[in-house]
Design a protein around this ligand. Structure first.
Ligand code: WQD
Length: 340
């Protein structure tokens, strides 16, 4: 299929572009490069040996989005583009609602006008909110999130569900990610957060490469095995494969829209992840225990049964794979992607 990947220069988007190309699909990337560097595209072309057409467009501009669909034919869309920093979304809710919702609405309108009927959406486990029983199941219906970022995911899932119900032939997969980490085994692409990393894995990697002095563990007094929070960490390569599986499942999907958890079904603590990274690096890494971070839940992980059985997808890579691949990327790119 010829697939438009929005946000295709981003962390998960770039890994998914490689997986789509490796699976024989043609890919066109649209990205506004607000949170990714153009140099990612050259890496993707070098790794895939294929040309990756790119359109630097702000998808909140409905006219430019429409013109993109006028000039190119797409069989499907994989929609990653959006702001994704939880803390930033609390400080800038309007920017998050405007960007994440308007870009989605522009895409959906262009898809309708051009009869593009296959859509995979980058959603998040954050939609389960604070009260869902663990492991999280797609059958849980009381979706909500404590952050404006998470609320945009809840709202977009609802928008896509309503549009799918009203559009004969449209098929939509909503992929609820747990905690994506890791990097392509080549070490040529990986997670490259701008500024101080919010997330655990890139922060640990920057400590290991000498960009940060030490990790602060946000609380060790939770009701968990070692007192630190537990999460379902998922290798980005497994996550990318999940997108290809979902895209190729759409034709056979009987319902117009369906959510799928993409996770391993296993929780790993902060300290366990830190020690796994130390094994990858071959030395101890400095850390201190600090206060809890507001909004953190003690522990959650996925029930991945639906993706396992309906998509034929299963996470294969281990925590040690995640750390080894992250470390290879960070060592080869201490400052992340080059600017030019
Ligand atoms: C994991 C654990 C922290 C940094 C977030 C978003 C979620 C999704 C994935 C987009 C927590 C602890 C972290 C640090 C630490 N993003 N930690 N020191 O919060 O589970 O999920 O990213 O969809 O929406 O909420 O991931 O990596 O930020 O934190 O101790 O310097 O690591 O307290 O327990 P989180 P995270």
């Amino acid at each position: 299929m010829r697939v438009l990947v929005s946000g295709g220069a981003g962390y998960i988007g770039s890994h998914t572009v490689l997986s789509l190309l490796a699976s024989g699909h043609d890919v066109v990337v649209v990205d506004d490069f607000s949170n990714a560097k153009p140099s990612v595209i050259g890496r993707l072309e070098a790794l895939s040996g294929k040309h990756v057409p790119v359109h630097a467009i702000d998808l909140t501009d409905a006219e430019k989005t429409e013109r993109l669909f006028d000039h190119e034919r797409f069989d499907a869309v994989v929609h990653f583009a959006g702001f994704k920093a939880v803390g930033e979304s609390v400080a800038k809710p309007l920017a998050y609602y405007r960007n994440n919702l308007d870009s989605t609405l522009s895409l959906l309108e262009a898809m309708r006008r051009h009869d593009v009927q296959r859509l995979v959406f980058s959603s998040s486990a954050t939609v389960y909110g604070e009260h869902a029983p663990v492991p999280y199941s797609e059958d849980y219906e009381h979706l909500s999130s404590s952050s404006p970022y998470g609320q945009t995911k809840v709202m977009i899932e609802r928008i896509m569900s309503d549009v799918a119900a009203a559009t004969e032939g449209l098929r939509v997969a909503l992929l609820r990610y747990f905690n994506p980490v890791g990097a392509h085994p080549s070490g040529q692409i990986g997670e490259d957060p701008q500024g101080i990393p919010n997330n655990l894995m890139p922060f640990i990697a920057q400590v290991a490469v000498g960009r940060r002095e030490r990790l602060t563990v946000f609380g060790d007094d939770y009701d968990t095995a070692d007192g630190t929070c537990e999460r379902d960490y998922l290798h980005v390569e497994d996550l990318a494969a999940g997108h290809v599986a979902a895209l190729e499942h759409l034709d056979s999907m009987v319902t117009p829209v369906r959510a799928f958890n993409l996770g391993t079904g296993t929780g790993t603590s902060v300290l366990a992840m830190l020690h796994a990274f130390e094994r990858a690096v071959g030395r101890e890494l400095p850390y201190e225990v600090g206060p809890r971070r507001a909004g953190d839940l003690p522990a959650f992980w996925a029930d991945p049964t639906r993706a396992n059985t309906e998509l034929g997808w299963r996470a294969e890579k281990s925590i040690d794979d995640m750390c080894a691949d992250t470390w290879r990327w960070q060592q080869a790119n201490p400052q992340g992607f080059p600017d030019a």
